[in-house]
Write a protein that binds this ligand. Structure first.
Ligand code: 5AD
Ligand code: SF4
Length: 479
């Protein structure tokens, strides 16, 4: 099969940050009539790995596929277009994708009018694209995070010119509005407020795979939220790699605090946001969070490490003292706030002493939830050139000690809900037991209770009877 290469990824270009203004574009989809014709009665399947940015991209890709005429399927085997929207943040995420692509080989040799596409952050990595070209002939489409706007044309070329198509741009990126979107959930939605990242923490591949920081215009964000509210959505989560840096690229008065306040004034019932960087978090954001009841008392505030030396090597630009001070201010202003975090163990040259600083910080912060990771070197990042000196055994051992310490505070926080009434936005029945329903309380804790289908999408009071580390069990309070 011939290859048609439109653009190939380059880490060198991906790390450029020029002063060029942000390009805003309103895309109109170009869909050929032969593609519309082909799509009739055909199915698509998207597997999404990684973070919420990928979830939203998958919603857009699904929107484009449905606009073309494809219908969604939850079975890979009987789908005509299969896409893997991938994550590059750690090696184990990448291994899963390679495993899945390998397993699909037979499906594809039998039927040539199928599309197997790789998109998302792994597509932005030159070594991944090379490896797919060499070892996985069943993949006939590769496109990057900046190339979603051309997806319909790329699909047309694969299907009708019988080519393997690669289009991965390593650029600073644009802000694109107007692309269609199929929201995966009916009552909760993710809303991008910005794209990309300019922080370049030394371990992280994201600034290379998603381009420079670009904020969406406030009017576009507010319009999307008001539309969602009118459609019956109860909760929005504002998304960005560093939401607190929202608007900094406009070089005007716009800030995350002013945006958040206006979102709160739309009166949508629940507002969350993620991810916050401790470095950009200022007092005005705390004030807005404390002032509005529809901003949920929950904050994901990645710590990464409790050692100043490691934080410096990670390029995080805060100290453990300033992080703890921020936590203190947040707890004073919003006493019922729940905190969650991300922590990496085994960063290059992390000593036992450094690790103990992390354990100490974790004890002080008393988190309500946490994501923990073993450091994974990413090709092209500055940390990948550092001495990855901590042995696998030590990394594993530190990981376990960290999880044990975190779980003490997480379980204690969960225990404190017992006997209290919390409000829960009901998601739906559990897969294992149809009579058990679940949803999240304001502090983002998972709550299970006996329920009925009419409760789905409602915010209801639930009395907590029992706590586990990662969930609560309760009963619906009938008023
Ligand atoms: N190795 C391990 N964890 C990482 N993260 C990001 N890059 C790496 C890496 N190279 C973690 C960080 C980040 C979260 C999304 O993933 O903790 O906050
Ligand atoms: Fe990665 Fe740091 Fe940007 Fe987060 S802030 S996406 S960890 S570079």
């Amino acid at each position: 099969m011939k290859e048609s290469i439109h653009d190939m990824p380059s880490l060198q270009n991906a790390k450029k940050r020029t002063r060029a203004p942000i390009v805003f574009s309103r895309e109109d989809l170009v869909i050929s009539s032969r593609l519309r014709e082909f799509a009739r009665g055909k199915r698509y399947f998207i597997r999404t790995y990684g973070c919420q940015a990928n979830v939203v991209d998958s919603e857009t890709i699904a929107g484009i596929l449905e606009e073309i005429g494809f219908v969604s399927s939850n079975q890979m085997e009987d789908s005509d277009v299969i896409l893997l929207n991938t994550c590059a943040v750690r090696e184990n995420a990448e291994d899963k994708v390679f495993g899945e692509v390998g397993a699909l080989k037979n499906l594809f040799s039998k039927n040539s009018k199928k599309v197997l596409g790789i998109c998302g952050c792994m597509a932005q990595e030159p070594h991944v694209v090379e490896s797919i070209r060499k070892h996985y002939p069943q993949v006939n489409l590769i496109f990057g995070t900046h190339n979603i706007k051309h997806f319909a044309q790329l699909l047309d070329e694969v299907l009708f010119e019988n080519k393997k198509v690669i289009e991965v741009s390593s650029c600073e990126g644009e802000v694109i509005e107007n692309l269609p979107k199929i929201q995966l959930e009916q009552y909760k939605a993710f809303v991008n407020i910005m794209y990309g990242c300019d922080k370049f923490c030394t371990y992280c591949i994201v600034p290379y795979t998603r381009g420079k920081q670009r904020s969406r215009l406030k009017e576009d964000i507010l319009k999307e939220i008001i539309d969602l509210k009118e459609k019956g959505y109860k909760e929005v989560t504002l998304l960005g790699q560093n939401v607190n840096a929202y608007g900094k690229d406009f070089h005007n008065e716009e800030s995350f605090a002013t945006l958040l306040e206006e979102v709160a004034k739309t009166d949508i019932e629940r507002i969350r946001f993620t991810t916050s960087h401790p470095w950009d978090f200022d007092e005005s954001m705390i004030e807005v969070m404390a002032k509005y009841k529809n901003i949920m008392p929950f904050l994901h505030l990645p710590l990464q490490s409790g050692s100043n030396e490691i934080l410096r090597k990670m390029g995080r630009r805060y100290t453990i003292e300033s992080y703890l001070e921020l936590v203190d201010k947040l707890r004073k202003a919003i006493p019922n706030i729940a905190l969650s975090t991300d922590i990496i163990v085994g960063f290059p040259e992390e000593s036992e002493e450094d690790f103990l600083c992390t354990l100490e910080a974790v004890k002080k912060c008393q988190y309500d939830s946490a994501f923990t990771f073993i450091y994974s070197p990413r090709i092209g990042t500055p940390a990948a050139k550092m001495n990855d000196s901590v042995s696998r055994v030590t990394k594993g051992e530190r990981f376990h000690r960290l999880v044990t310490t975190l779980e003490e505070s997480i379980a204690k926080k969960a225990q404190a809900y017992v006997g209290k009434i919390v409000s829960v936005l009901v998601d739906g029945p559990s897969k294992k037991d149809e009579s058990m329903y679940s949803g999240y309380n304001e502090q983002n804790k998972l709550v299970h209770f006996k329920g009925t289908p009419d409760l789905i999408g409602k915010i209801i009071p639930v009395r907590i009877l029992e706590s586990h580390t990662y969930s609560l069990i309760g009963e619906v309070v009938h008023e």
